[in-house]
Design a protein around this ligand. Structure first.
Ligand SMILES: CC(C)(COP(=O)(O)OP(=O)(O)OC[C@H]1O[C@@H](n2cnc3c(N)ncnc32)[C@H](O)[C@@H]1OP(=O)(O)O)[C@@H](O)C(=O)NCCC(=O)NCCS
Length: 171
């Protein structure tokens, strides 16, 4: 984390208050590069980067095929979440799929991720699915309204995963 980012984080974590905007990327397509950069920097840290994506350009093209939701702080994209048809076709029965939930490191642990996921869920009118590998993140998604559907011992690159679902209330 740079010095400027550290100062920003210190301020935000003390005041736990951030006047961010939540919106759909389709309303602000000029942010697609920042979205791709954020996801690329997160997923390429580990083997988690999609097998068939090798550059930020490719990722930017791919996300244009998804519904993308973003959190913005001033002109900076600080959080992303996407809805796609399924988890790379691995579980086509579980559709649509919430993925790419990611908050910029300097803005984590101050509620951005929770507010972003809750914003996404206000835009769904059918059940939606996701998976996570971390028990702590199960709690994070439960707080947003998801429930555990299935625990799988070995899935793709992961030792184990938790599949979760959210069903919107029908009025
Ligand atoms: C997961 C993530 C989106 C959460 O965003 P955030 O803005 O930090 O989350 P919030 O501040 O709204 O909520 C914080 C809570 O989420 C949970 N949490 C956050 N990051 C976590 C992580 N890396 N592992 C486990 N739990 C985490 C904790 O329960 C935390 O509560 P605490 O502050 O009491 O410890 C963010 O940490 C991130 O981008 N991580 C890297 C990408 C990733 O793993 N995405 C999830 C894929 S399923």
């Amino acid at each position: 984390m740079s010095f400027v980012e550290s100062c920003k984080y210190l301020f935000l974590s003390i005041f736990k208050d951030i006047s961010m905007d939540l919106c759909k990327l389709e309303e602000y397509p000029q942010f697609s590069r920042q979205v791709a950069e954020l996801l690329y920097s997160e997923w390429s840290k580990e083997y988690r980067l999609f097998d068939n994506i090798h550059s930020i350009d490719e990722l930017e093209q791919l996300i244009k095929t998804y519904k993308v939701f973003i959190a913005r702080f001033q002109k900076e994209v600080i959080g992303v979440a996407t809805i796609s048809d399924s988890d790379w076709g691995v579980r086509p029965d579980l559709s649509p799929w919430l993925g790419n939930v990611c908050v910029k490191p300097a803005f984590r642990k101050i509620g951005v991720g929770q507010r972003l996921v809750q914003y996404v869920l206000r835009h769904v009118d059918t059940a939606i699915y996701l998976w996570t590998y971390s028990e702590d993140l199960v709690k994070f998604y439960e707080n947003a309204g998801f429930r555990l559907l299935q625990y799988i011992d070995k899935h793709h690159h992961y030792q184990h995963i938790y599949v979760m679902y959210f069903k919107p209330r029908l009025n």
